[in-house]
Design a protein around this ligand. Structure first.
Ligand code: ADP
Ligand code: MG
Length: 290
């Protein structure tokens, strides 16, 4: 592309809420075959709210208080929902806080170890969930909720269902990407039930769920190895490796710095529809000159 065409493209991009790092990004966007797109915070608003709380051997309010305390230091949208539901203006202090991307968090609250995260994460540290909590997981998955399992002092004691709203323009995003000839794959660390329910309502036919950050990266690489030119769209620390490896990494403006640093394009308007606009823009800008 000529320098002038790229300048026009990037300038128009800024008007559309698309921050482009350089001409390579515009050229990569023109050739994309498949768009891998994160769910939580990207296709959904990432403003989650707590639904059903199931506690086993602990008072539900205490469960939320302890989980909210460890989640207070996490920047994950799920964490913000749990903190809000814990209803405590001054959450208890947490020692030895740890965060594992795409898995969950742990910390010591009032002398007890608290873990909050995916079922697999909590079970790996505290053993299998008892039947009442298993059933709560099944109900939450069936209604499309995300799930936070909680263990206290090495015992699984709770399941918190967390719901999110699909962004109003997510459907248009998928339609425009399809029209531009790109296939769309939902790629999420969330459970298969939550992933399916979002995919179905958006007309996305390919879903990869329950993947950790390395799994997102592997998905990008597998498709590149098969000859596809891959765009990845995400917002989280859990997306950073996949964003960096993709032919085109696209970060949500409202997301984490880790995602933005790993990406070629940032969507400043905070809407995934700009992904489609970016690909359309690149084709117009570069197509004119060739
Ligand atoms: P996505 O790929 O949709 O953005 P993530 O990979 O960030 O989702 O998270 C996958 C799953 O890991 C979540 O659905 C949740 O069960 C768990 N998880 C990750 N981070 C946290 C956290 N801070 N608190 C609770 N659960 C978490
Ligand atoms: Mg996300």
């Amino acid at each position: 592309a000529t320098p002038i065409a790229v300048l026009v493209g990037t300038g128009r991009g800024a008007e559309l809420g698309i921050l482009i790092t350089g001409p390579e990004a515009l050229e990569a966007a023109e050739r994309i075959d498949v768009v891998l797109i994160d769910k939580t915070g990207t296709l959904t608003e990432g403003r989650m709210t707590v639904g059903d709380v199931t506690a086993e051997g602990i008072d539900p309010d205490d469960l939320l208080l302890l989980a909210g305390a460890v989640e207070a230091a996490s920047e994950h949208p799920i964490a913000r929902a749990v903190v809000a539901a814990s209803g405590s203006a001054t959450p208890p202090d947490v020692d030895d806080f740890r965060s594992v991307a795409g898995r969950g968090v742990t910390g010591i609250v009032a002398g007890r170890t608290v873990a909050a995260g995916s079922v697999a994460f909590v079970e790996s540290g505290a053993g299998l969930l008892p039947p009442t909590l298993r059933e709560a997981v099944g109900r939450a998955e069936a209604d499309g909720s995300s799930i936070v399992a909680v263990a206290v002092a090495g015992r699984p004691v709770g399941v918190v269902a967390v719901g999110d709203r699909i962004r109003s323009d997510a459907r248009e995003t998928v339609e425009r990407l399809h029209r531009a000839g790109a296939s769309v794959v939902l790629l999420t660390g969330d459970n298969a039930g939550a992933a399916r329910s979002v995919a179905t309502s958006l007309g996305i036919d390919d879903v990869v769920a329950d993947v950790r950050p390395e799994g997102k990266l592997a998905e990008v690489r597998d498709r590149q190895d098969a000859g596809a030119r891959v765009a990845m769209v995400g917002d989280g620390v859990n997306d950073a490796a996949a964003l960096a490896a993709a032919d085109l990494g696209i970060a949500m403006g409202g997301g984490t710095d880790a995602a933005k640093h790993a990406s070629d394009i940032t969507l400043t308007a905070g809407s995934p529809v700009a992904v489609a606009a970016a690909i359309e823009l690149s084709r117009r800008t570069l197509g004119v000159i060739r």
